[in-house]
Design a protein around this ligand. Structure first.
Ligand SMILES: Cc1ncc(COP(=O)(O)O)c(C=O)c1O
Length: 383
């Protein structure tokens, strides 16, 4: 008898970035050079004060961490939100998460209610694959809202049928956006939050890149006058280059927070307390974030200049660590990415992030400045 296997798992393709890493590994194994602009895993160093707090947080006896998280971490998040967005956030309405990925993945399970006709999750594409994967594993219908350059990479809400809003349990948006680098105006959150209350769905705003900006500070859905039906997800992964620590949070509507607090003890994904103590230090300091932003700005300027010299167009890309680069002369995403890889430059084909990514590739500005400079030399030959 064959092993039973979830049909969602059976029919799902390999996680796109696993494929990308395999392509890089194969090239390296053949002794060839790769400058890796593929996955958005920051290689900036983590601030020494944060590392020290982690070490200091290790105790002789460490029991299970409480699902609600340490008060000092929740207070540090609330204080950051006040400094950064000028908003009041009750520390009791902040839920620490093990990075934001697990919380994003499982959120559909918290809000989906097919028996009440709430069986649909809306998400934007091209985008982070986890909104859709989490929705499908929760048994939801997933509907994609395309992000097109002609709309400033914002979803066309007028094109969504009334019936879809009625069936929606959850609507995901992500600004500053991975992969397009576009930012949203507060008006988008206002309109979506209004629709959420009118039709009874949850607006989930994934703000993982809110701190990686260059000219203008991005806004947050936390700034909405009314946060009913709204949940905001953020993380230290990109802000503080702490992908390996795994620490993020969800905050927003107290009723949603209460639901999460009922749900999360069953899954056991609260960060270790020593990570939470390091995270409290990270949210309490802005200087290291300023330094990381400056490093990204320098790398961004280097790449923008190299691409402009070759007449390659960069779309969106106002914020985040990504450049969303238009393929030259109607070349497809996969063909352009393969051509760059032949010259040692690894980028993600836009189609890895959704069908509307066709015609673009994504550069993650994660190599060091020195590696980026080498990447620019390789690009000059490739383009
Ligand atoms: C849009 C977006 N949201 C969330 C995440 C999750 O980050 P983490 O789980 O490291 O907090 C990522 C990671 O790449 C991302 O790109």
């Amino acid at each position: 008898m064959p092993l039973p296997l979830s049909p969602v798992l059976r029919t799902q393709e390999t996680y796109p970035f696993v494929r990308l890493n395999e392509a890089a590994a194969a090239r390296r194994a053949a002794g060839l050079e790769v400058v890796d602009f593929g996955m958005g895993d920051p290689r900036e160093p983590t601030d020494p004060a944060i590392m020290q707090a982690l070490r200091d947080g290790v105790r002789e006896r460490m029991g299970y961490p409480a699902a609600a998280g340490l008060p000092e971490l929740r207070q540090a998040v609330a204080a950051w939100a006040a400094r950064r967005f000028g908003v009041e956030l009750d520390a009791d309405h902040v839920v620490p998460t093990l990075g934001s990925k697990e919380a994003i993945f499982s959120f559909a399970q918290v809000v989906l209610d097919p028996s009440a006709g709430k069986d649909t999750v809306l998400l934007t594409e091209p985008g982070y694959p986890v909104y859709e994967r989490g929705a499908l594993f929760a048994g939801a219908r997933a509907e994609r809202l395309p992000l097109l350059e002609r709309n400033g990479f914002l979803p066309d809400l007028d094109a969504v049928p009334e019936e879809t809003w009625r069936r929606a349990a959850l609507v995901w948006v992500n600004y500053p956006n991975n992969p397009t680098g576009a930012c949203a105006p507060l008006a988008l959150y206002e309109r979506l939050a209004g629709l959420a209350r009118e039709h009874g769905f949850v607006l989930a705003s994934d703000e993982a890149y809110s701190e990686l900006w260059f000219e203008q500070q991005p806004v947050s859905a936390l700034q909405l006058d009314e946060r009913t039906n709204v949940a905001v997800f953020n993380t230290l992964s990109k802000r503080s280059s702490m992908t390996g620590y795994r620490c993020g949070f969800v905050a927003g509507d107290p009723e949603l927070v209460a639901a999460l607090r009922r749900f999360r003890p069953s899954i056991g994904t609260v960060p270790q307390e020593f990570v939470q103590r390091a995270a409290a230090v990270a949210w309490s300091d802005d200087a290291h974030v300023e330094r990381a932003r400056s490093a990204y700005a320098r790398k961004r300027a280097l790449l923008l200049d190299a691409l402009a010299r070759k007449g390659v167009r960069v779309a969106g890309s106002e914020a985040t660590m990504y450049l969303w680069v238009a393929c030259p002369d109607g070349e497809s995403s996969e063909v352009f990415a393969a051509r760059l890889l032949e010259h040692g430059v690894l980028v993600a084909p836009g189609t890895f992030l959704g069908p509307s990514g066709e015609g673009y590739v994504r550069f993650a500005l994660v190599p060091t400045e020195e590696e980026c400079a080498r990447g620019v030399e390789l690009l000059a030959r490739a383009l």
